[in-house]
Design a protein around this ligand. Structure first.
Ligand code: CA
Length: 230
């Protein structure tokens, strides 16, 4: 397998810090996107398939804590390295409680940041081995929040990713619509609701439609099953 460059999202409103980080990390071989505020950062984090997010705590509008809590609540587990100007113990505790992977106090030396970044990515690579689900040529990487079929990336929304992860975890089991609704939306849907069907149709259009071998199957009157049928 060809090793592709790791992608890092930098969310930092201070232009000078952001451009220094971008330049330094790019020179170290990473692919970098920069967001200047929490809203843009959130959007990119959901859609960009990053290996790591460097997240400033003090941002205009939506702050770093909120961005991180929101991502985790929606099942995005991209590692996060927090940057903060304050060395308060409660900040550190709060970040780690929210699921931050590490924490760096400003001002910091770039070499220190680079060392932390490499450690987190290495740790992530070790953990990932256990979190890649595979059925036929379909792969779902739960840690990196990535799905591929026949080696090509699938562009899934967070809900579609959750739905696919659920089907993959329980390969061969027929999952009812209410069960899928409960697991993916965390609420009880009216059983007449076609929300599950609508999302499943979109998921299948990405996962199955372009390929000969279909993996997601409808079980009439019950729900859906993901399995390889030959
Ligand atoms: Ca800031």
């Amino acid at each position: 397998m060809v090793e592709t460059a790791m992608k890092i999202l930098v969310v930092e409103d201070e232009a000078k810090t952001a451009s220094n980080l971008k330049r330094g990390l790019e020179e170290s071989g990473f692919v970098i996107d920069v967001a200047e505020n929490g809203e843009d950062g959130s959007y990119l984090a959901y859609t960009g398939n990053y290996d790591l997010i460097v997240l400033d705590v003090m941002l205009p509008g939506r702050d770093g804590w909120t961005v991180m809590a929101d991502l985790r609540r929606h099942g995005v587990h991209t590692p996060v390295l927090f940057l903060t100007a304050r060395d308060a113990v409660h900040d550190r505790v709060k970040g780690l409680e929210l699921g931050a992977d590490d924490y760096l106090v400003k001002p910091f030396a770039f070499s220190e940041l680079l060392a932390r970044v490499r450690t987190i990515l290495r740790r992530g690579a070790a953990a990932r081995k256990a979190t890649v689900l595979k059925v036929a040529d379909l792969e779902v990487d739960l840690e990196r929040h990535r799905a591929t079929r026949a080696g090509g990336p699938l562009d899934l929304t967070p809900k579609e990713f959750l739905m696919l992860s659920l089907l993959m975890r329980r390969t061969g089991d027929v999952l009812s619509r209410p069960l899928i609704a409960e697991q993916v939306w965390d609420i009880n849907f009216d059983c007449d609701s076609n929300v599950v069907d609508v999302h499943m149709r979109r998921l299948r259009s990405k996962v199955d439609d372009p390929y000969t071998a279909k993996l997601i199957h409808t079980v009439r009157g019950i729900g859906y099953v993901l399995e390889e049928r030959t």
